[in-house]
Design a protein around this ligand. Structure first.
Ligand SMILES: C[S@@+](CC[C@H](N)C(=O)[O-])C[C@H]1O[C@@H](n2cnc3c(N)ncnc32)[C@H](O)[C@@H]1O
Length: 254
């Protein structure tokens, strides 16, 4: 783990210097993924389609993408459903990249990006018709606080869509701490969400495995993003059978 960057700002700085992350990673994750998405996550295009349906938002609505990274998955979903987007992320580097990358999604997309925390987005109460959060809930220091924040920014009747991972066996000490005790559905129910549905997406994990194996199998390279992926693969591959990939949908009561 010592080779991993210490902060997401560092990771995003590395990504800006990485041809491998920009060009090789997306088609390894999913050959159908539109180039402009440039995800910093492991959700294939079928997953983005699922998120687009699950947010239940259309033209005139606002999707808030919490921990949006460089904004691609959120902009893809907002463009797909014809909604506006507000992305929030703790990394100033990611927010700047997301803002720069807006043009890649065409002039019709109303998208803005702000710096904020998972637990303190800075957004107004009830502003969001839907909230999405891709591959980031596990990084929360306090999951209850984050769940309450997501609930607060949603309008009554609004939908939440999360993607995450959880240990198959609760408390499994062989998996990374951030997944060991995490039960996303429980956290959401405990903090006012209803209609909570947690489903496993093993096919997404096959894609993640393919990325890791390709990274480890690639030849000698100076690319810093490939080095980052190899380091992650070295830890993650051994844990994958003990972890389940989850898509979670929930609602704020009307
Ligand atoms: C794996 S990346 C996913 C980014 C984006 N959702 C995507 O799919 O490309 C995790 C993101 O969570 C953000 N993040 C982690 N902890 C955070 C926190 N406490 N507050 C806000 N953002 C956070 C990171 O900056 C990073 O952009």
């Amino acid at each position: 783990m010592s080779d991993l960057p210490e902060t997401f700002d560092d990771a995003f700085r590395i990504s800006e210097r990485s041809e491998w992350l920009r060009r090789a990673f997306p088609p390894l994750l999913d050959a159908d993924l539109p180039a402009e998405v440039e995800p910093f996550s492991f959700v294939p295009s079928s997953g983005l389609e699922e998120i687009s349906s699950a947010v239940r938002v259309g033209p005139g609505g606002l999707v808030v993408d919490v921990a949006c990274g460089r904004g691609g998955p959120g902009m893809w979903v907002a463009r797909r459903v014809g909604a506006a987007l507000c992305g929030v992320d703790g990394s100033t580097i990611a927010v700047a990249a997301a803002t720069r990358r807006r043009a890649a999604f065409g002039p019709g997309l109303d998208a803005r990006f702000v710096v904020g925390d998972l637990a303190a987005t800075g957004l107004a109460d009830g502003v969001a018709d839907a909230v999405m959060c891709v591959d980031a809930f596990q990084f929360a220091e306090d999951h209850d606080l984050v769940a309450r924040e997501l609930h607060r920014v949603l309008r009554p009747g609004g939908r939440l869509v999360l993607t995450c991972w959880e240990a198959r066996e609760r408390g499994d000490t062989a998996v990374a701490d951030r997944f060991a005790d995490l039960r996303c559905g429980e956290v959401l129910r405990d903090n006012g969400f209803t209609d909570v549905d947690v489903t496993e997406r093993p096919a997404w994990e096959q894609r993640r495995r393919a990325v890791y194996e390709a990274a480890l199998g690639a030849g000698p390279s100076e690319d810093p993003g490939l080095a980052l992926m190899r380091t992650e693969a070295g830890t993650a591959l051994g844990q994958m059978s003990r972890i389940r990939r989850v898509l979670i949908t929930a609602a704020k009561p009307a």
